[in-house]
Design a binder for this molecule. Sequence first.
Ligand SMILES: [Fe+2]
Length: 267
Amino acid sequence: MPEFKVARYRIKAEKGQHNIQQPFSAVFLSDLHNASYGDHNCRLLAAIRSADPSLVLIAGDMLTAAKDAVEMDAALELMDELTRKYPVFYANGNHEHRMKINTERYADAYERYADKIRSFGVHLIENGCERVQIGRFPLAIWGLELPGEYFYKGKMPQLTRMQITDLIGEPDASAYNILLAHHPVYAKIYAAWGADLALSGHLHGGLVRVPYLGGLISPQLRPFPRYDRGMYEITDGKRLIVSGGLGSHTIPLRINNPPQLVVIDFV
Ligand SMILES: [Fe+2]
């Protein structure tokens, strides 16, 4: 696997009468797929430390739930380390979700994983919200966990604003709403629901990046997916950041598409 690169985005965040008095940073991780950069992920941890984040946000697929095995040791170790220093907010991706619902194949692996990371102090948000204040700036951090069929190859079921509301509730009008939502393809619906900032991954940058055209393919096997890596303004200042992901699985292919650690500066 090639070495990861740091991508840094700056967001001027405001909500109602709230604006940011003291700028702060968040680190955003996605799609680690149990990768390790050096012993005990020392290089990744060093890069996170140098970003000096006030919080760590995670959009899922930190482990790999393959057909015959689950690989989660490096993910567990990273959660243990991160929670010693930072508040960590974590929403599941399709791999965690698959492990959760397919107990025939994975037995109690999800339960063990979830219990363990919660015992470290991870705020695991399974369709819900956690509220925090950074300085005096109120954040509502939402975790959206869509059913498995939203990730099937060749399919893209419809998603509506109401379905999101049924899963997680209405956004908080008095806070800056950050939605951890693994799949970026529904970015417009996330914005319509009220996500000031949606954080996604899943596409691993489209595996192969073609100059001027972007990522070649989505996991649903759609060519040149629209939201594959980077920051996008969706509507009315509502944004989406898609991480290129930190790892890979099944097809360990990344061309012109290094793994990515995202740092967001809120100003
Ligand atoms: Fe994924």
